[in-house]
Design a protein around this ligand. Structure first.
Ligand code: DGY
Length: 332
């Protein structure tokens, strides 16, 4: 595996035993014990003489962290999203970066649909009213929401999770599916009768808009005042991808002014969203604390993949799930 039989690795949080036990058995593992992430200077310090790093989406693995760890052979990110890792810097240093695609697709699509339903049917608001004693009687016009059957969903980013969300909505509620994607998605077109359109068309024609794109410079703050103004006043906006896609001040304004009907968010920027943030005060905004992959089975599967990636990288083998395979060429 390396000069030393038990390579030194830093694991930035306790991940499920399904992966952690294998890491601890095979490595000299320093496992950060706290519930909160290690501060940036601590991360740089702890990784200094490590060959492996297990990071979470809450850890910024930037050029400074990579430069502080001259022996680092692999970064195994416990997430499918890798926007917390400076991929260009990792590639330049010949460090492969692993992620956990596929295993959280269903759990995330389930949360997208849950948020869509909760926002469309005003579940957060009506449940809070019931608890607070504002449920006075059965009201013919109380808490009226939006129907789903036969409506149109716009999927922004038709990758695995976008497709799984669209399948649920098309086969479950008979929704028409529009999508944006970098290229055509014949599977979506065939299975869902989906149509690839430009973003403006999607925003104008969709009753529900669900975001599943990667966060990168072209998608950062894609949803700002202009985008919300192009949506229907009856539209529901759902984001289970990354908070950075959204200009939250513009979203709050759109929700307050009735530019759109409601929103369901599993991700915000920053995370956690401070409890006094305006979005929490809006009855038509449902916010979950980034729980899309939070099922026992999914997190176990992520932990297994994370261990597989780490151990492969330490042994100098290609990672089973690598986001920058071109790093191999620069390996030292
Ligand atoms: C990921 O893996 O990128 C998800 O956001 C975790 O829920």
């Amino acid at each position: 595996m390396s000069d030393s039989p038990r390579p030194k690795v830093f694991v930035t949080r306790r991940i499920p035993a399904a992966g952690l036990d294998r890491i601890v058995a095979a490595c000299d593992a320093d496992v950060w014990p706290d519930r909160l992430p290690p501060p940036a200077d601590v991360l740089r310090d702890r990784v200094r003489d490590c060959e492996g790093l297990v990071s979470l989406l809450t850890d910024r693995v930037d050029a400074a962290v990579l430069a502080a760890a001259p022996r680092l052979k692999v970064v195994s990110n416990f997430a499918v999203g890798v926007n917390n890792v400076d991929l260009a810097a990792a590639t330049a240093r010949g460090i492969p970066v692993g992620n956990t695609p596929g295993v959280l697709t269903d759990a995330t699509a389930d949360i997208a649909v849950t948020l869509l339903l909760a926002a469309a049917r005003r579940l957060g608001e009506s449940a809070a009213d019931a608890k607070a004693g504002r449920w006075l009687t059965w009201e013919p016009t109380g808490w009226l929401g939006r129907d789903l059957v036969g409506k149109t969903v716009g999927i922004v980013g038709m990758g695995r999770i976008g497709f799984a969300t669209a399948r649920r909505l098309h086969h479950g509620w008979g929704m028409r599916v529009l999508y944006t994607a970098r290229g055509p998605k014949p599977e979506a077109d065939a299975d869902l009768g989906a149509r690839r359109v430009d973003l403006d068309t999607l925003l104008a024609e969709s009753d529900f808009v669900s975001v599943h794109a990667d966060l990168n410079p072209t998608t950062t703050r894609l949803f700002g005042r202009e985008a919300f103004a192009k949506m229907k006043p009856t539209a529901v906006f759902v984001n289970t991808a990354r908070g950075g896609h959204v200009d939250q001040a513009a979203l709050a304004e759109a929700l307050r002014a009735g530019t759109i009907f409601a929103a369901g968010l599993d991700v915000t920027d920053p995370e956690p969203l401070p409890p006094d943030h305006e979005l929490y005060s809006l009855p038509n905004c449902v916010i979950a604390p980034h729980v899309a992959s939070a099922t026992v089975g999914t997190r176990d599967a992520m932990a297994r993949m994370c261990a597989d990636n780490l151990l492969a990288g330490l042994a100098g083998r290609p990672l089973p799930f690598c986001v920058n395979p071109e790093a191999e060429a620069n390996r030292r």
